[in-house]
Design a protein around this ligand. Structure first.
Ligand SMILES: Nc1ncnc2c1ncn2[C@@H]1O[C@H](COP(=O)(O)OP(=O)(O)OP(=O)(O)O)[C@@H](O)[C@H]1O
Ligand SMILES: O=C(O)c1ccc[n+]([C@@H]2O[C@H](COP(=O)([O-])O)[C@@H](O)[C@H]2O)c1
Length: 207
């Protein structure tokens, strides 16, 4: 028998996206396919309180780069929910807000790279977030993917094509006058140049 109104399956890819790069996009695409998600919402952070570097580009620039990067995929979208909420960005708020906007008939999957997954217990209200979404930890070159520190059955682990790209490396390259073509989408290369992002940023400690 055909199921009426099946629950919508929505992925959430949260990130500072300063800038968004192909590592983020490949991870989201792979998880969308693996879990048969109806859509993946990219959610740029407002104030990423745990980022080690002090300077983060304006939220509007990071939001627009994310819109540009996701525009060509009909299953990708970008949300302002975190950049429009004042104060530090906490995933517990992101999940409450998105759940409220979709209503009860939604199943949320929050996608995190191996590095973010390893730090999840330091997040605000970490004990609550696992009740609001299924967490999907994805592989990332240079980091070990493990859920040994997390509640049983709270997390799914997924291997994604290895993309040894980071936003900090992209920023370093722009500051050093090197190209970022093919590390970030073409439109994002052009947006960075048009807005003069990262040219004069601070030298960041190696990660
Ligand atoms: N190359 C990658 N492969 C898989 N996951 C990634 C990759 N890059 C980032 N992620 C994941 O995407 C999410 C958002 O990452 P973020 O926007 O902080 O990018 P970043 O490259 O880690 O930035 P930075 O170098 O400035 O710290 C995090 O969950 C992170 O683990
Ligand atoms: O909720 C928290 O306390 C928290 C702390 C650090 C990171 N996060 C979320 O994790 C995602 C990746 O963050 P980042 O800083 O690695 O770009 C993004 O959606 C953040 O809002 C969430």
């Amino acid at each position: 028998m055909r199921q009426e109104n099946p629950r919508r399956r929505v992925g959430i890819m949260g990130g500072t996206f300063d800038p968004i790069h192909h590592g983020h996009l490949v991870a989201a695409s792979e998880v969308q396919d693996r879990f048969g998600l109806d859509e993946v919402i990219f959610v740029p952070t407002g104030q990423p309180w745990q980022k080690g570097h002090t300077y983060v580009s304006p939220p509007e620039d990071r939001y627009l780069m994310t819109v540009i990067a996701t525009a060509s995929n009909p299953r990708f979208a970008t949300s302002r929910v975190d950049i429009d909420r004042p104060g530090p960005t906490y995933t517990v708020d992101t999940l409450h807000d998105l759940r409220a906007s979709y209503g009860v008939d939604v199943e949320l999957f929050f996608i995190t790279g191996a590095d973010a997954l390893s730090a999840i217990l330091s997040w605000k209200d970490a004990d609550q977030v696992f009740d609001l979404a299924t967490f999907v930890g994805v592989t990332r070159p240079g980091y070990e993917l493990s859920d040994a520190h997390l509640p049983r059955d709270a997390v799914r682990l997924v291997e994604v094509p290895a993309m040894a790209i980071s936003s900090s490396a992209c920023r370093d390259r722009v500051r050093g006058g090197k190209p970022v073509w093919y590390l970030v989408p073409d439109g994002v290369v052009q947006y960075i140049a048009k807005r003069g992002l990262y040219r004069n940023g601070p030298v960041e400690p190696p990660r």
